[in-house]
Design a binder for this molecule. Structure first.
Ligand SMILES: *[C@@H]1O[C@H](CO)[C@@H](O)[C@H](O)[C@H]1NC(C)=O
Length: 165
């Protein structure tokens, strides 16, 4: 028992300094909205809903929401916060409370996301592109004494399609 408590006190400072190297999570949650193939325009408000898969039984779950120009996997995660390679935009990191009896913490997930002008933001012409709304879900203190695992999921959307008259 003592060794478990000793390990916990070592783990927390490590996490705070992002010195942890996460490994892939065998499970990830589900993006309920937007749905695959949604057509989005810059400036639009799109619906957002993510159902985490709380398989490590955390009190709180943090996840990062990004928009990327490819279908991301764990291999594209660059840090312990779930940052994705070549992300065009990050909507933020949000926290869900997994038990109704505990106080809220962090920023709750929004019900909509505002799509920025990605062409202006990135300086490249990406109209009419397939892009991906991605969630990097962070799982802490998982079974097997794993400090951190990250699961990545995404849905394709169509950005600023060029309409054919
Ligand atoms: C994402 O990861 C895959 C597999 O390692 C790699 O082939 C691909 O180039 C990465 N994508 C980006 C945009 O870095």
């Amino acid at each position: 028992m003592h060794s478990i408590f000793a390990a916990t006190s070592i783990i927390l400072p490590l996490l705070a300094s992002s010195a942890v190297t996460p490994i892939p999570s065998p499970f990830v949650g589900t993006i309920l909205a937007p749905t695959s193939g949604l057509v989005i325009a810059s400036g639009a408000e799109i619906p957002f809903a993510y159902q985490t898969r709380n398989w490590c039984e955390q009190a709180y779950t943090e996840f990062k929401v990004s928009i990327v120009p490819y279908a991301p996997t764990f291999d594209n995660v660059t840090d312990a916060d779930g940052t994705l390679q070549d992300a065009l935009h990050e909507f933020g990191t949000f926290t869900v409370v997994n038990f109704p009896t505990i106080p809220p913490q962090g920023i709750p997930p929004p019900e909509t996301l505002t799509v920025p002008d990605l062409t202006e933001l990135t300086g490249s012409a990406i109209d009419n592109s397939e892009l991906f709304i991605a969630v990097s879900d962070i799982f802490l203190s998982c079974p097997g004494h794993v400090i951190e695992e990250i699961g990545v999921t995404s849905v394709p959307i169509l950005y600023n399609p060029i309409s054919i008259p």
